[in-house]
Design a binder for this molecule. Structure first.
Ligand code: NAG
Ligand code: NAG
Ligand code: NAG
Ligand code: NAG
Ligand code: NAG
Ligand code: NAG
Length: 634
């Protein structure tokens, strides 16, 4: 629900900010503008980034005659990703002039950590996260002229011109096409289409399709433009580029497979690949006397396994309810028994229609399947079939930690088991952040994502999956992957993501393990406090043992050990991300006898809006702007 509200708010906000007619020169027509309503966390660094970025870009346009560029700058924790594009028909000077207009205009967004301006001739956008491969998102739109053409066949001719552009543009080398189409009666339609050069052909095609559908609604008016995150289309009966600047798109429109030259090369390459595949297939048949059935091609032997959809379907009894293990943030998980008897966990991903995932899926699966650590769940392989994306994991008999803390096994873990889980989880995270060759931020650490094996050792699940999520869909800077009650405030409110966001969530998990209280629950018998606030208050009064779960035998733990662990948890949940320890420091602290004097936790921020508000206690309205950045719970 909240997500819907957020979308609605963006749309309202967008339409208020949509500027239609700031005409200076004809091509400086501002089509759309948007500013993030969240300020960058450190405005000095942010403005310094922006200034440097703009001057770098100006130089690229001026010295290298570039029509497209991206620049990223990092200062401390402030990341700034910027993209600029001119329509290709512009001369260098016109491009530079449009860029200057755009930078002046975009400065009206002031300290907002994301912004975009779209002109007829160019566009400029920056964000605090990488957005370069985004194409379709909230914020797409159309702007039509207000004069209807009097030419009888104009609508039909216009539709054909736009349809051709939509087909051809993704096939061109630089994702750009410009055409002039003659209409009966002597008039003509000029049209351009362009995708950002960092898009993939498929994403460009999807973007063009949306743009084309939108632009159709403008016809038979004499002009219109459609814009989206990654593409732009415009048509007009008034020439806006010279006749000798059109692009011959005929080769891209031929039926069958467009370009003959490519078809021939494709045929030859295809033939070679086919031969190699046949060869690999025969080799693998020779080698594998034991039927394995699920490995594709010899090169895949060391990587993740590509499972066959039908095998997984059979293994999970057609994804039946009785085989369902649970519902995660990324999809349902089923228990599966493969033909060779091996038991696995099969996760059917639900991403909606995310084109971003299409490109990333294979690469990410390969990356994640290379992560080997005893405190991390192994990814065994995957399966792609049309829209379906499925991941296959090692199976954990004991299921997730939340069942042991809050579910049907509540109270069954003793102190030793709990402190082992606390340490093992920290080790797994330290590996993900610091030891694996690519730093992986989990983004959704919570008790439901910590699985326990037969020996009750923890294994973190679902890491790396957040990387598959579509990029930030809006200027609500959060490409949010968190869960209520566990999410670091700077990530929830500003979308600032770092390893320290995981450290924060880990701190909350530790408090839950010690107390047996859910982070979002209010303890009735006390003075009605959420877990973090309660832990902080008890810490201030030195009453550490009060926090410990009543189900644990008091003879099992020492007050010093309890104090140390709670203090570590509070260090992890400190308001400022930079003061939180790294996970390898947490491992060290957990193994040390007691905390050093100088490591006194500072007070956390109590983001009560980060939690489910109680009915009786209406959260103050001043917090309302904060709460819109919180997505619905998974
Ligand atoms: C960035 O540039 C603007 C305008 O040119 C200027 O007012 C501002 O002081 C600059 N900020 C920094 C941090 O350099
Ligand atoms: C770009 O041109 C300007 C002056 O025209 C010059 O000062 C600058 O060094 C050039 N930059 C590069 C990277 O060539
Ligand atoms: C943006 O700022 C310029 C001055 O730089 C001003 O003239 C213009 O009215 C502002 N536009 C909006 C939409 O705020
Ligand atoms: C954002 O920063 C600008 C300065 O660039 C300031 O004027 C404005 O009040 C800030 N807004 C919020 C919500 O902090
Ligand atoms: C059409 O829009 C232009 C500005 O783009 C405006 O000047 C003109 O008055 C409008 N005409 C009609 C008929 O609405
Ligand atoms: C295109 O036409 C314009 C005149 O409309 C001319 O000035 C220019 O040189 C031409 N460009 C090319 C590449 O032929």
């Amino acid at each position: 629900m909240l997500q819907l509200k957020v979308v609605a708010l963006i749309l309202i906000w967008w339409s208020i900010n949509g500027v239609e007619d700031a005409v200076a020169a004809p091509d400086a027509h501002l089509v759309n503008m948007g500013c993030s309503s969240f300020n960058a966390s450190d405005l000095r660094s942010f403005f310094a980034n922006i200034n440097e970025t703009f001057s770098d870009m100006r130089e690229e346009i001026r010295n290298q005659s570039k029509h497209f560029g991206t620049v990223q700058k990092a200062r401390g924790e402030v990341l700034t990703y910027t993209m600029f594009q001119c329509r290709n028909y512009l001369s260098k000077n016109d491009c530079l002039s449009c860029f200057n207009t755009a930078t002046t205009q975009i400065r009206n967004c002031s300290g907002g950590n994301g912004a975009r301006v779209i002109y007829d001739s160019c566009f400029l956008r920056y964000e605090s996260n990488r957005f370069y491969d985004q194409t379709n998102e909230i914020g797409s739109g159309v702007s039509c002229g207000n004069i209807s053409s009097t030419v009888p066949d104009f609508k039909v001719a216009g539709e054909q011109a736009l349809m051709d552009l939509q087909t051809a543009t993704p096939k061109t080398r630089d994702f750009y096409a410009a055409t002039k189409t003659l209409v009966a009666g002597g008039s003509a339609v000029y049209a351009v289409a362009q995708c950002v050069e960092t898009a993939t052909a498929i994403n460009c095609q999807n973007c063009m399709q949306v743009g084309y559908n939108n632009l159709q609604s403008c016809l038979p008016n004499t002009e219109g433009r459609a814009y989206d995150a990654g593409c732009f289309m415009r048509y007009s009966t008034t020439p806006f580029f010279a006749d000798n600047q059109t692009i011959d798109i005929a080769p891209y429109l031929k039926k069958g497979n467009s370009n003959k030259k490519w078809a021939i090369i494709g045929g030859v390459v295809g033939g070679v690949v086919l031969l190699l595949l046949l060869f690999a297939w025969r080799m693998s048949r020779k080698r594998n006397k034991v039927p394995r059935g699920d490995i594709l091609g010899a090169t895949e032997l060391k990587g993740p396994v590509n499972y066959k959809y039908n095998d997984l379907k059979a293994a999970t009894k057609n994804f039946s309810a009785e085989n369902k293990l649970g519902e995660g943030g990324f999809g349902d998980v089923y228990k599966g028994t493969l033909k060779n008897g091996k038991v696995v966990a099969v996760k059917k991903l639900v991403f909606g229609k995310s084109s971003n995932m299409e490109d990333n899926f294979e690469g990410e699966v390969k990356l994640i399947s290379n992560v080997h650590h005893r405190n991390l769940v192994r990814l065994l392989g995957c399966c792609s079939k049309s829209q379906e994306r499925i991941l296959v994991y090692e199976y954990m008999a004991n299921k997730s930690l939340d069942k042991f803390l809050f579910g049907n096994k509540k109270g069954s873990l003793n102190w030793k088991q709990r402190s082992d889980i606390i340490l093992g989880t920290a080790r797994g995270l330290a590996y993900l952040h610091e030891e694996f060759h690519v730093s992986i931020i989990h983004r959704d650490i919570k008790t439901a994502n910590i699985l326990l094996n037969d020996d009750l050792q923890p294994k973190i699940a679902d890491f790396g999956l957040a990387r598959l999520l579509p990029e930030d869909r809006s200027h609500l800077s959060t490409k949010f992957a968190g869960t209520l009650g566990y999410t670091a405030p700077e990530y929830a409110m500003h979308g600032q993501l770092s390893e320290k966001a995981d450290t924060y969530s880990y701190g909350i998990v530790v408090l839950e393990i010690v107390s047996g209280q859910k982070s979002t629950d209010v303890k009735d018998d006390e003075d009605g406090e959420y877990l973090l606030r309660r832990a902080w208050k008890l810490h201030e009064r030195g009453l550490y043992l009060e926090l410990v779960d009543n189900a644990i035998d008091p003879n099992e733990y020492e007050v010093e050990e309890v104090k140390k662990i709670i203090e570590i948890a509070l260090l992890c949940t400190q308001a400022s991300a930079s003061t939180r320890p790294t996970m390898s420091e947490v491992v060290m602290l957990l193994k040390s006898k007691s905390l050093m004097e100088h490591l006194q936790p500072t007070m956390p921020v109590f983001v009560e809006t980060n939690m489910i508000p109680r009915e009786s206690n209406s959260t103050s309205s001043s917090n309302a702007t904060v709460s819109i950045s919180i997505p619905s719970a998974r």
